[in-house]
Design a protein around this ligand. Structure first.
Ligand SMILES: [Zn+2]
Length: 363
């Protein structure tokens, strides 16, 4: 069974207003789930708009992260108040928590991303973290959300940093899926990889323009936010489980074990992981194109003010056994790193990271 996309997608300016009549057909008592204080006004607008349709919603926020503590508390709130749907409004953590809770309770989930930092509004996947933001596991859900509302006016209010982060995460789709899945004999997977290549090209063309002109709502910005929030989700939907992540996300997951909670966004960490993955490909797989890709990505990441080393994520890898801790978690048994078509061990990770952090290899 494969769930390729949300049942209904509303996109563009005023997508929320267009979605309202549809949403009112299947929910009378939704729970609006959010997190950040900065997006309170948007959630309040959603609450008022629902009320005007005679839909009486409750609101609650994640206290920590998409973690078991918050999931079980929000689940109980829904059960105690007999809510009949979840409207998850925010970034990836909120969207992931909303989807997961809705699935546990067998009620519909409506995702309303408030930034382009993630494709979590689309996908049938939730990443679970600890209260302190350390990655635990990802959970494959039975289905994508029932409704995705990708309202450009909402997304335009997000800090441009979230767009940069979304670009880095979406770029990883091509670099990860092409190395892990190019030998899979499945037409849909191959086509998903090709879409992720087109997605990468779009971001290389438009990403910087979009980032610098975010508040002008130009075609480059619209193309970029839709690439990050929609196309990246479509790649995951069509490619399914076989269209896998690889080293960039494995290294991200390891870095979350030691990083200051909530200081850096998912894509900001994945971007650093992506540069390291390409170095691994060069070192272990003799990939001559990897250096070219690093140069290309590095220039874009600099233009987007993205971190490009683990040091810039606030971690000195040469202190507190950090290097060993990252290598251990990256290479643990069920890590995505083992989807790479060549063997990777802890020493490889230590070598590639320590060279990279000391900039022994010039970019
Ligand atoms: Zn990601």
């Amino acid at each position: 069974m494969q769930s390729i996309s949300p049942e209904i997608i509303f996109r563009g300016n005023d997508a929320w207003e267009k979605a309202l009549p549809q949403i009112s057909k299947f929910t009378n008592s939704p729970l609006i789930l959010g997190r950040s204080f900065n997006t309170y006004d948007l959630r309040n607008k959603i609450f008022r708009d629902l009320k005007n349709q005679n839909i009486f919603a409750n609101t609650t926020n994640l206290k920590f992260d998409c973690c078991y503590e918050d999931i079980s508390r929000v689940k109980n709130t829904i059960l105690d108040n007999s809510h009949d749907s979840v409207i998850a409004c925010g970034g990836g953590k909120v969207l992931d928590a909303g989807k997961y809770i809705a699935e546990l309770l067998n009620i519909p989930c409506i995702t309303v991303p408030f930034s382009a930092s993630t494709c979590a509004g689309w996908t049938a996947l939730s990443n679970i973290y600890t209260k302190n933001g350390q990655f635990i596991r990802d959970v494959a859900l039975r289905s994508c959300p029932k409704v995705l509302v990708y309202d450009h006016k909402f997304i335009q209010t997000a800090p441009s940093r979230t767009l940069a982060s979304g670009i880095a995460d979406a770029l990883a789709k091509w670099y990860e899926s092409s190395i892990t899945s190019s030998t899979i004999d499945d037409g849909l997977v191959q086509q998903a990889i090709q879409i992720s290549r087109v997605l990468r090209d779009q971001l290389l063309i438009d990403g910087e323009k979009a980032y610098k002109g975010q508040f002008e709502n130009k075609p480059s910005w619209r193309n970029t936010i839709e690439a990050c929030g929609l196309t990246a989700g479509l790649v995951g939907g069509i490619g399914g489980e076989k269209c896998r992540t690889a080293a960039a996300h494995a290294i991200h997951n390891a870095i979350t074990q030691i990083i200051t909670p909530n200081k850096f966004l998912h894509g900001e960490i994945v971007g650093v992981g992506l540069l390291l993955q390409l170095r691994l490909e060069e070192m272990k797989n003799n990939n001559k194109l990897a250096d070219q890709s690093i140069k290309q990505l590095f220039a874009l990441m600099k233009a987007l003010n993205l971190p490009t080393t683990i040091g810039q994520l606030g971690i000195n890898v040469f202190e507190n056994n950090n290097l060993e801790k990252i290598a251990d978690f990256t290479c643990r048994d069920n890590s995505e790193i083992h989807f790479l078509p060549f063997e990777i061990n802890k020493l490889d990770i230590i070598e590639v990271i320590s060279n990279f952090e000391q900039q022994k290899i010039k970019i």
